[in-house]
Design a protein around this ligand. Structure first.
Ligand code: GLN
Length: 303
């Protein structure tokens, strides 16, 4: 069975699933998306693409952007990053605050909200035009100039992102935010509002499957940094469901509350899914099932 047939079989099994989860509505703009969307896209290392369903429809990538902001921070200041944020799985929800108090303002890892807000602060200090420069970096990684922020989503989160405001202020009280809190949050909300399709996500994440070299052939991370990024994705990419994702799917990956997931098999492929219904942990319900079916059917997990 070829990859296209496998994706089609998974899509037809899941498309009519009675339980699709719940679309995130705490960011009101995200709540407008139809739960019926289901896209799956595979990009192999030799740049063959296979796709089914809404794999070319752009959606809000939300926390998936945390991997990209960390990549840029590593590019800019290298291992200095690890003085400001730890590399341990949190075992807690993405917006959990009490650990931050307990660990005196050093977030558990860069893939939960508090950690990503610290990374945003680092970028804000080191980029001339943070929003523009970050967007250009992502466009360059994906080799695609059409990728953009969705300002309606960014503004929607700005109005309702109370927990992120709390996290940023707590971080500031521990001196782990150097810039103005509102500026850093505005930048963070813009990053989360990045809009991409499954096909574009695979192109952007191609480098994590390809030893740090992007789809256009430019090297952004050295092999040791790529190893670390993939280690962080597998241990922290799904919050308090990282164990479940490794157990069921067996790939480094990252989810977002827009319903997207992107995962990589180093040396082999990148795969992205979009199904906006989330499970109770805030990860795409059908996306996780689709990826479990894919690695089980093909035997292509890293374990
Ligand atoms: N922008 C969202 C937030 O900060 C991202 C969360 C997510 O995708 N898990 O709450």
């Amino acid at each position: 069975m070829g990859f296209q047939d496998i994706l089609e079989e998974i899509h037809s099994k899941l498309r009519d699933a009675p339980h699709k989860g719940v679309v995130a509505s705490y960011i009101p703009e995200l709540g407008k998306v139809s739960i019926k969307n289901l896209g799956i896209c595979l990009l192999t290392l030799d740049q063959e693409e296979y796709g089914v369903g809404e794999f070319q429809t752009p959606f809000s990538i939300q926390s998936i952007s945390k991997v990209l902001s960390l990549t840029l921070a590593l590019n800019l200041i290298g291992t200095e990053v690890w003085k400001r944020v730890d590399v341990e799985p949190s075992g807690d929800p993405f917006n959990f605050l009490s650990l931050l108090e307990l660990e005196r303002g050093i977030p558990r890892n860069p893939l939960i909200n508090a950690g990503a807000i610290v990374i945003s602060d680092i970028l804000y200090s080191n980029l001339k035009n943070p929003k523009e420069d970050f967007l250009n970096f992502v466009r360059e990684l994906a080799n695609d100039d059409t990728i953009d922020y969705n300002l309606d989503v960014a503004n929607s989160e700005k109005k309702t992102g109370f927990r992120n405001v709390a996290a940023a202020n707590l971080l500031k009280s521990f001196n782990n935010i150097q810039n103005n809190v509102d500026d850093v949050l505005d930048f963070y909300f813009h990053q989360c509002s990045l809009t991409m399709s499954c096909s574009q996500l695979n192109k952007t994440f191609f480098m994590f499957a390809n030893s740090g070299k992007s789809i256009a052939g430019k090297t952004y991370l050295n092999p040791s940094q790529v190893k670390r990024m993939n280690a962080l994705m597998i241990t922290c990419g799904f919050y308090d469901e990282a164990g479940e994702f490794a157990f069921e799917v067996g790939l480094p990956g990252k989810s977002g509350v827009g319903g997207g997931i992107v995962a990589v098999h180093p040396g082999k492929y990148s795969i992205a899914t979009w199904a906006p219904g989330l499970n109770v942990k805030g990860n795409s319900l059908l996306g996780m099932q689709a990826l479990e079916m894919f690695t089980t059917k093909t035997g292509l997990s890293i374990f």
